[in-house]
Design a protein around this ligand. Structure first.
Ligand SMILES: [Ca+2]
Length: 368
C-alpha cells in the first residue's frame, strides 16, 4: 500500500484540496501546497526506509585471515558516493566487501567521476575507509572528466607504477567511468598486458528496463574511448553489464537481516544505505536497490555464484557512446560476460560474511 503510486497521488490531491480550502490568498495556497508536497515526500521516504520488518540473526560463516601469499592483490577504481544522502551506494558496499574478504588484499583505491564529481568520490572513499579504521589504504584521485590530460592524473600514475612494480600480479576492478584506465594506458602502452585480470562493471547488452523504467548506462558512456580500450584490453577480462545487476537487488528482508548482525560495520552499512534504499524502493517499486558493482567484484572471488559466458565484444565507439555492449558468444573468446546471479542467497551471504568479518576486526581493534 505504502509503495503504491496511486495511494500517494490520492494523498497529494487530498492535501492539495485541504491546502486550497484553508488558504486565504494565492501565497498561502502556494505555501500550503508546497508544505503538503514536502510532507508527503518525507512521509513516503521514511515509510520506504523503515518499513522492513525484523529478522532473526543469520548464521554467518566465520572467515579466517589468510597469509598474504594466498590473497589476491587488488586495486579498486571506483566512484564511491556512499555517505552522501540519496546517492548510489554500490561502490561503497564493494569497497567494504573487499576490505572484509580474506582472499582479497586491497592495495589501493583510485577514484573517478560518475556517481558524483571526482572531488566528491575521493572524499567519500577517504571518509568510508577512515570510518572503518583503514586510513592505511592509499586513495589516489583520478580524472575529473574524459578530456583531462593523462599526465595530470595522479590515479593513472599510481596505476602505471603499481603494475610495473608487480607485472602480471595485480587485479584491477573498475566500477566507475573508465578514464583512469585510458590514462594509465597512455602513460604506459603496455599497461593492460601487465594486469593479471581486469574486472569491469559497465555497458548494457540490451535496453536496461527495471519495472517499466529505462535506465541510462553511465560507466562506459561517460568516456566511450576509455571504455573501448578497456573492453579490448590485452589481459583476462570480465565484464558485468547492467543486466546482471537486476538479479542482485538488495531488498527489505536483506536489510532487516543485515540490521540483526549488530557488528559496527553492519550497523554502519544499515545507516548509510537507508536513504538510497528508500529512494530506489519508491522509484522502482521493487523493494530495494541493485548491487550493480557487486556483480563484478564477486565474480573475482566467487564465480560459481554467476551465470556467465565467454565471447568477443565487438562494440564500436558509437555503440559505447550509448553504453551498448555488443557481444558474440565464443567458448574460446577473450572476455567473460556476466549474465546474472545464479545463487542469490549465497551472493548476499558472501557480502554479509565479509562485512561482518571486517566488523569483528574493527571491534577487536577497538577493544583489545
Ligand atoms: Ca560505480
Amino acid at each position: 500500500m505504502l509503495r503504491s503510486l496511486w495511494f500517494w497521488i490520492v494523498i497529494i490531491l487530498i492535501a492539495t484540496g485541504a491546502a486550497v480550502t484553508a488558504a486565504l490568498g494565492a501565497l498561502h495556497w502556494l505555501a500550503l501546497f508546497l508544505a503538503a508536497l514536502v510532507l508527503t515526500a518525507a512521509v513516503t521516504l521514511l515509510a520506504a526506509a523503515y518499513a522492513i520488518g525484523r529478522a532473526e540473526p543469520l548464521q554467518i560463516p566465520r572467515l579466517r585471515a589468510l597469509p598474504n601469499s594466498e590473497r589476491l592483490p587488488v586495486i579498486y577504481d571506483c566512484d564511491v558516493t556512499m555517505g552522501h544522502p540519496f546517492r548510489e551506494v554500490g561502490d561503497g558496499l564493494v569497497l567494504l566487501y573487499l576490505l572484509g574478504e580474506p582472499r582479497v588484499n586491497l592495495l589501493s583505491v583510485t577514484t573517478t567521476y560518475g556517481n558524483g564529481p571526482v572531488e566528491m568520490t575521493t572524499r567519500a572513499a577517504l571518509r568510508l575507509l577512515n570510518s572503518v579504521e583503514h586510513g592505511d589504504i592509499p586513495v589516489l584521485r583520478g580524472a575529473t572528466g574524459p578530456e583531462d590530460a593523462a599526465e595530470a592524473n595522479t590515479a593513472a600514475h599510481h596505476l602505471r607504477d603499481a603494475v610495473n612494480r608487480r607485472p602480471g600480479e595485480i587485479i584491477l576492478i573498475a566500477t566507475g567511468s573508465m578514464t583512469n584506465l585510458k590514462h594509465a594506458a597512455i602513460l604506459d602502452p603496455e599497461f593492460f598486458t601487465k594486469l593479471r585480470g581486469l574486472y569491469l562493471m559497465g555497458g548494457v547488452t540490451q535496453p536496461l528496463i527495471w519495472n517499466g523504467r529505462r535506465l541510462v548506462e553511465l560507466n562506459f558512456a561517460l568516456d566511450p574511448q576509455a571504455a573501448y580500450q578497456a573492453i579490448h584490453a590485452d589481459c583476462p577480462t570480465t565484464i558485468a553489464p547492467g543486466q546482471s545487476g537486476l538479479s542482485a537487488v538488495f531488498r527489505g528482508p536483506q536489510l532487516a537481516a543485515l540490521q540483526a548482525l549488530k557488528d559496527p560495520v553492519s550497523r554502519l552499512i544499515s545507516r548509510r544505505v537507508r536513504s538510497w534504499f528508500a529512494l530506489m524502493r519508491t522509484y522502482f517499486q521493487d523493494g530495494g536497490f541493485a548491487l550493480w558493482d557487486s556483480a563484478i567484484a564477486l565474480m573475482l572471488t566467487q564465480p560459481g555464484l554467476f551465470e556467465y559466458e565467454r565471447g568477443h565484444v565487438i562494440s564500436d565507439r558509437d555503440d559505447l557512446r550509448a553504453g551498448r555492449l555488443v557481444t558474440t558468444p565464443n567458448k574460446r573468446g577473450p572476455v567473460r560476460i556476466v549474465h546474472r546471479v545464479l545463487d542469490y542467497d549465497r551472493f548476499i551471504n558472501t557480502h554479509f560474511a565479509a562485512w561482518h568479518h571486517l566488523g569483528q576486526q574493527l571491534e577487536a581493534r577497538r577493544n583489545p
